[in-house]
Design a protein around this ligand. Structure first.
Ligand SMILES: *Cc1c(COP(=O)(O)O)cnc(C)c1O
Length: 393
């Protein structure tokens, strides 16, 4: 097959904005409410239905979503929370925002996900109550087995925040053979999503929290708007007029404007289409790489994988990254382990603490994976990688 170089640079991920999206945002800009209007609730309703959760709360970004979750679960200074070192720093930072301590548990190198066997070992090595929560991450789009995580959480009295930023539409199969969609709230107390342009659904900046808990839902709504409520049922004092509202606790302004939600709604309508294309591209990469010596695919052919990232591992990662750059292919590394960040090293973590995540980091590369990547562009990516491996051996 002759492979033609594409006419555009190929990043590892990018948004897909259509005429319908532009029309939706234009209409939203002409509506009565730019923010705090009806499009927010509509986006929340439709997103919750898509994910299979009872409630959804739209927020200004995924990091704000994590922060509000930690607040709603009442993370206190000194409380200890377990997460994976193989994630974006925000998954851990939310604990720090509340003064809590982050404990990492190493990954399962076959999946890149937090190893629940190691989590259990950690929990068993300490008295009950030593850890208060678990933040598993559906890394790259592969779902954590939350049924197993829930068993651990029940046994040791933990709450769970599922970081589903990589996995809208992804699922794992539970012990009854049922597909459990990421963020559906059947096992985790809260789940969070991001609508940053590299994620499945883009709103510019944006995020969402999903839950099946009515109490947490109401608390999150209040925390999103300064800790203020106007709901007569929730008021502490007697209103002295129609203007009356109460700030009952320290909240934030983490709202998502209506025109962002309009974009989100329009994108959500195509979410399954985008997911199907990601899975098709993944199957094509899997087939192309199956017999390519010197290259390993992370968790190939997993059912329910949402493929935010398509990750390969090679011996000469830096050389491949640089080679692809000369070919206008802009691969990326996900992630530098969180415990190796200078901030976390300042808290006492060191190189060697989580060797499997560190070894993963030494070899991983996320190559182009986004719905508008064409078959021709993908063939070009594969041909460039093949060329590199045949030269480098
Ligand atoms: C993107 C991302 C976040 C943060 O989302 P923002 O919207 O960028 O704040 C958190 N966790 C993971 C795993 C992410 O990929």
């Amino acid at each position: 097959m002759s492979v033609v170089a594409p006419t555009r640079p190929l990043p590892y991920g990018r948004q897909n904005i259509t005429e319908a999206d532009i029309a939706a945002v234009t209409a939203a800009l002409q509506a009565d409410y730019l923010t705090q209007g009806p499009t927010v609730a509509e986006f929340e309703k439709q997103f919750a239905a898509y994910i299979g959760a009872k409630y959804a709360v739209a927020v200004s970004n995924g990091t704000a979503a994590l922060h509000l979750c930690a607040l709603a679960l009442n993370v206190q200074p000194g409380q200890r929370v377990i997460t994976t070192p193989l994630t974006f720093s925000a998954s851990a930072n939310c604990v720090r925002y509340c003064g809590g301590e982050v404990q990492f548990a190493d990954i399962d190198p076959a999946t890149g996900l937090i190893d629940l066997v190691k989590v259990r070992a950690l929990l068993e090595a300490h008295p009950k109550g030593y850890f208060v929560g678990l933040i598993p991450v559906d890394f790259a789009g592969l779902a954590v087995d939350l049924e197993k995580a829930r068993q651990l959480a029940n046994e040791f009295g933990l709450w769970i925040i599922e970081d589903s930023c990589h996995s809208p539409g992804g699922f794992f199969v539970d012990s009854q053979g049922r597909e459990q969609r990421c963020g559906n709230g059947n096992f985790a107390d809260l789940a969070i999503f991001s609508f940053h342009p590299v994620k499945h659904i883009a709103t510019g900046e944006g995020g969402m929290i999903t839950t099946n808990s009515e109490a947490l839902f109401h608390h999150l709504l209040r925390l999103r708007t300064h800790g203020i409520t106007r709901d007569p049922a929730d008021l502490i004092r007697e209103p002295d007029g129609g203007w009356y509202m109460e700030m009952q606790e320290l909240g934030y302004n983490y709202r998502l404007p209506d025109f962002n939600c309009a974009l989100g709604l329009s994108q959500l309508a195509r979410a399954d289409e985008g997911l199907a294309r990601r899975r098709q591209l993944a199957a094509q990469y899997d087939a192309a790489f199956a017999h390519m010596p010197g290259l390993t695919v992370l968790a190939p052919g997993q059912p329910g994988h949402a493929y935010h990232l398509y990750v390969i591992q090679v011996a000469n990662r830096l050389e491949l990254y640089n080679f692809l750059k000369t070919k206008q292919i802009f691969s990326q590394v996900h992630y530098i382990p969180v415990h190796r960040m200078p901030y976390y090293e300042g808290l006492g973590w060191r190189e060697g603490d989580f060797p499997l995540a560190e070894n993963y980091y030494a070899h991983c590369l996320s190559i182009p994976m986004f719905p508008t990547l064409t078959d021709e562009e993908q063939a070009y990516v594969v041909a460039c990688i093949r060329e590199f491996l045949s030269v480098e051996g």
